[in-house]
Design a protein around this ligand. Structure first.
Ligand code: ADP
Ligand code: MG
Length: 315
């Protein structure tokens, strides 16, 4: 890795070196991989690793919360493709000395969530070592007709929505994310979802992924329409940033951001699927770049400032 290279550049270089495979419809680069299911539904696969000292601090977070979060973030990636989660595989590196207690806590966190979403805990791997807790979960899901929703299908004129309010998750919400699996399936039934992503790194960063994957498109966001979570307001009182900045750039909201045609946007706003609150935030444009339109009519650039694991090693 060259100095200063970011996480996404590294992943891009890995993706370039991985050869194509006839069973892989969609490989590295989206929320899940799509595996061609010969004679059956396509299969979704996603994996995410959480490390003590990096994604949580064991002590301020319980092992139960860590188990919950580790499974929830994977379910969120299945939601981002509008898939149905089926089975989870849990690999752990447990701190020696306290291994059994922590393993029990992780399981207590995962079981209710697995049950709620109909996911089997179907396997994994257990290790103990002198290092901190690491948990890596892989979730397998089924694609749902008319097919998985990728990051790459947005077109100029499409309308952008999010499924809930954003920002300030670090005050505690990040430990108990709500994977929007059912919401995604309901939306998938109601309209044609053209592109979708779950907001893990922050709206400005994750929207940039959609725009890039959809062929270097741009977007204009209405600043007044961004749903700001109360936690973003409390974070804003603690630092120099506004609540809106927190909503735009903070990570780990795990709401969905998606694009639909202008006609489907009207349908969604008039008649949202039960249990879903689609919030219109802006429009896709042909001109590249992200912009914000303010209440007074002025337009400013929206800088991408979300989370990059390699760019901010101490955050
Ligand atoms: P998400 O935030 O949705 O979990 P990531 O930003 O972690 O997505 O990853 C983006 C894409 O890159 C995904 O398709 C993921 O599977 C892939 N990816 C990430 N790290 C690696 C790696 N080390 N090797 C291969 N693929 C990777
Ligand atoms: Mg994702």
């Amino acid at each position: 890795m060259s100095a200063g290279e970011g996480e996404f550049e590294l992943i891009r270089r890995i993706a370039e070196r991985v050869p194509a495979h006839p069973r892989i419809k969609l490989g590295i680069g989206d929320d899940c991989a799509v595996i061609h299911g010969a004679n059956e539904r396509d299969r979704l696969v996603t994996t995410d690793m959480l490390m003590d000292g990096r994604h949580f601090e064991l002590g301020s977070a319980t092992s139960e919360q860590v188990g919950f979060k580790a499974l929830a973030v994977n379910l969120s990636d299945i939601a981002a493709m509008a898939g149905e989660p089926v089975a989870a595989f849990v690999a752990v590196a447990l701190p020696r000395g306290n291994a059994a207690v922590i393993a029990e806590g992780l399981l207590r966190g995962m079981l209710p969530l697995a049950s709620e979403f109909g996911v089997a805990l179907a396997g994994g791997d257990t290790n103990a070592w002198d290092g901190p807790l690491v948990i890596c979960i892989t979730v397998i899901g089924d694609a749902v007709a008319p097919g998985p929703v990728t990051r790459s299908g947005a077109e100029p004129g499409d309308v952008l929505f999010v499924t809930g309010s954003l920002g300030g998750s670090l005050t505690g919400r990040h430990l108990a994310p709500r994977p929007r699996v059912f919401e995604a399936l309901a939306l998938h039934r109601a309209v044609r979802l053209k592109a979708m992503i779950d907001l893990s790194d922050g709206l400005s960063s994750d929207l940039a992924h959609v725009l890039k994957a959809s062929g270097d498109l741009g977007a204009i966001i209405e600043s007044d329409s961004i749903p700001i979570h109360p936690d973003a307001h409390s974070e804003a009182l603690r630092d120099q940033r506004t609540a809106l900045e927190h909503a735009l750039h903070d990570g780990e909201d795990f709401e969905l951001c998606f694009a639909v045609s202008a006609a489907d946007a009207v349908v969604l706003e008039r008649d949202p699927p039960q249990g879903v609150r689609p919030i219109r935030i802006g429009t896709i444009r042909r001109e590249p770049g992200m912009f914000m339109k303010h209440a007074d009519g002025s337009v400013t650039m929206l800088q991408r400032a979300g989370f990059d694991h390699l760019a901010r090693p101490n955050s």
